[in-house]
Design a protein around this ligand. Structure first.
Ligand SMILES: [Zn+2]
Ligand SMILES: [Zn+2]
Length: 72
């Protein structure tokens, strides 16, 4: 994902991300790009994935709608 402030790559997983370039922390809210529902977050063994119960499908971070809020 791309930092909204400086367009660098963000690092992190789940809903917490940090920009390695400008140092800004972000809380990212994902919603399904198809139905607009909040996907269920599935965490296992350090990996986080998103599943939309309404669409009954796994979602990728890149395809979902994202809302960035600064974490300060
Ligand atoms: Zn940045
Ligand atoms: Zn959906």
């Amino acid at each position: 994902m791309i930092c909204p402030e400086c367009s660098s790559e963000l690092e992190g997983r789940g809903s917490h991300y940090k920009c390695g370039s400008c140092g800004q922390k972000w809380i990212v809210t994902f919603t399904c790009e198809v139905c607009g529902e909040l996907p269920q977050v599935l965490a296992s063994c350090g990996a986080v994935s998103f599943f939309c119960n309404t669409c009954n499908s796994l979602k990728s971070r890149e395809s979902m709608n994202k809302e960035f809020v600064k974490d300060e």
